[in-house]
Design a protein around this ligand. Structure first.
Ligand code: NOJ
Length: 557
């Protein structure tokens, strides 16, 4: 599949002005299906993004990361890629993506794309060829086809658990109609896992990287980055696997793949970054992916998973910084993404921690409390050292939509859990831009179709238009915070120094004249000595910082 495409876009200027841009960058995540609909079919698209690049510039972000925009049957929201070199026709054309990358860069915004190396769509030509070729054919070697266990071959080759609950193997039917081999899929059956021991798989993905780097992208987010390599003996998962012993996670052979990708990225002008999606409980193993010749950064999901509790958040910050320091990589801070419950909803719950396994329909939440805490969390994370990810709609304080009609839900996580897990569609509802009723400017006036997921009527109060001139809004808070972050020499990458503080309060210095105070205790606290309050997530009361609030202070040398 390599090399069939037209010449790269030679006119894209290399983003070379600041080689260290990624160490402090604010990266806004675009879920293209739900950002803005330019053509009125109810589905977000690249035309919609191009119309709103000015919004992103004014918000103050340095880069945008697109979840997969490729040709895909959307069995898993685009993480089932049928052609890595074509844009999904529902979103636009390749030429539009090229124009978008250029236009964003002209506004100072770099583009990061999502690559999905662990699996392809079952509609991908390689998988279709493997199915058609039958058992024993070389086309099957690019995947994990195996005979079943048991006398009739009707038992799965392993009992590996799935990241989506349910089975990890699906049985095929031979070209002659008889029951055939099984194939591995750590996610849904529409996402067969690739065999990374096969040279075609490695060569193809390096070619895909070149294809997009040639088009001026500033980096790639690597989906399921710790899952690519499997133990070819396919043993069962040990009860308590030691480091490197899990048969399909965090295997040592992965590091050579990423070293090779790093050499490729470094061969381009400007700094093109590799960002890993790595969910690992062992933070020291996690940091190994960030050694200087491997990935630049990886998502720090530990912080996002912690409850709204000062000791928990402090422990996460300390452990994160300590694990990153030896490899010299900056931390990332992520409050949410397209897979997890929106912060406003999560922080309003009695148990405000996050885990996929815990998600249950009908968990109550207090949205006023959640919003207050999400505002405090926003300032806290913007003040932490390293780079920051902001998921579309979090800047508007959108809650998770928890009452989507059953017949509109699409997420395989919901169906494969037998309906126990509400799925991830609730954080993927199309953005409200303006107006008093759906589609809230998501689609143009006179659109032929409703938004692909219904928007709550209550979002009239949360549109960009409603918030942009309201100093008490979440959007206003984020804009001020990102503006200050750019201007403030101590913010972004760099050291953090904790100060002594009362129980439940997080106080730290960034640089010489900036202090962050986050109050997670149940009483107002006095602020340390300061010359000015730069920003506060809630109004002070009698000069004290109320519960569930963050203030940024200017201090003297
Ligand atoms: C992680 C992605 O963020 C998620 O949306 C997807 O379902 C899985 N990887 C599988 O690609």
């Amino acid at each position: 599949m390599a090399g069939e495409n037209a010449a790269p876009v030679a006119t894209v200027p290399a983003p070379a002005d600041d080689a260290q841009w990624w160490r402090s960058a604010v990266i806004y995540q675009i879920y293209p299906r739900s950002f803005a609909d330019g053509n009125g079919d109810g589905v977000g698209d690249l035309a919609g993004v191009r119309q709103h690049l000015g919004y992103l510039r004014d918000l103050g972000v340095d880069a945008i990361w697109f979840t997969p925009w490729y040709a895909s049957p959307l069995a898993d929201g685009g993480y089932d890629v049928a052609d890595y070199r074509e844009i999904n026709p529902a979103f636009g054309r390749l030429a539009e993506a090229e124009a978008l990358i250029r236009e964003a860069l002209a506004l100072g915004i770099r583009t990061i794309i999502d690559v999905v190396p662990n699996h392809v769509s079952d509609q991908h030509p390689w998988f279709q060829a493997a199915l058609a070729a039958g058992p024993g054919a070389p086309e099957r070697d690019r995947f994990w086809f195996r005979p079943g266990r048991g006398p009739a071959g009707d038992e799965m080759p392993t009992g590996w658990p799935s990241n989506f609950s349910g089975d990890t193997w699906t049985r095929t039917t031979n070209p002659d109609g008889t029951p055939g081999e099984w194939y591995l899929h750590l996610f849904s059956p529409q996402q067969p896992d690739l065999n990374w021991d096969h040279p075609d798989v490695r060569a193809e993905h390096e070619d895909i990287l070149r294809f997009w780097l040639d088009r001026g992208v500033a980096g790639v987010r690597i989906d399921s980055a710790a899952l690519l390599v499997k133990d070819p003996a396919l043993p069962e998962v040990p009860v308590a696997p030691g480091p490197g012993e899990h048969p399909n996670q965090d295997r040592d052979e992965l590091h050579d793949i990423y070293r090779s990708w790093r050499r490729l990225a470094d061969s381009y002008p400007g700094t093109r970054v590799l960002v890993g999606e790595i969910w690992l409980p062992d933070i020291d193993r996690f940091a190994k992916y960030l050694r200087p010749d491997e990935l630049h950064t990886a998502f720090n999901f530990d912080f996002l998973a912690r409850p709204w509790d000062a000791d928990e958040l402090r422990a996460s910050i300390d452990q994160t910084l300590a694990a990153h320091a030896p490899v010299g990589a900056p931390s990332t801070w992520v409050l949410s993404n397209h897979d997890v419950t929106r912060p406003v909803t999560r922080y309003g719950r009695e148990d405000s921690s996050f885990a996929f396994a815990k998600k249950r329909r009908g968990t109550p939440t207090d949205l006023a409390l959640g919003t207050r805490r999400a505002r405090a969390a926003a300032l806290l994370t913007v003040a932490l050292p390293g780079s920051l990810y902001l998921y579309q709609g979090d800047e508007l304080g959108l809650p998770e939509v928890e009452d989507l009609p059953a017949d509109r839900i699409e997420d395989p996580m919901h169906f494969r859990s037998g309906g126990v897990d509400p799925g991830r569609d609730g954080c993927r509802v199309p953005l409200p831009w303006r107006g008093l009723s759906s589609p809230f400017g998501f689609s143009p006036a006179g659109a032929s179709a409703e938004p692909w997921l219904p928007q709550p009527a209550s979002w009239a109060a949360l549109t960009v238009q409603a918030q942009q001139s309201d100093p008490s809004s979440m959007l206003w808070l984020y804009k001020q915070a990102l503006r200050l972050r750019r201007a403030e020499p101590g913010l972004g990458d760099g050291p953090l120094t904790w100060r002594e503080a009362p129980a439940g309060v997080l106080v730290f210095d960034r640089g010489e004249r900036f202090v962050n105070v986050t109050n997670l205790s149940d009483a107002p606290v006095a602020l340390p000595e300061h010359t000015a309050i730069l920003l506060s997530s809630s109004p002070l009361v009698d000069g004290m910082l109320p519960t569930d609030s963050t203030a940024w202070l200017r201090t003297q040398h």
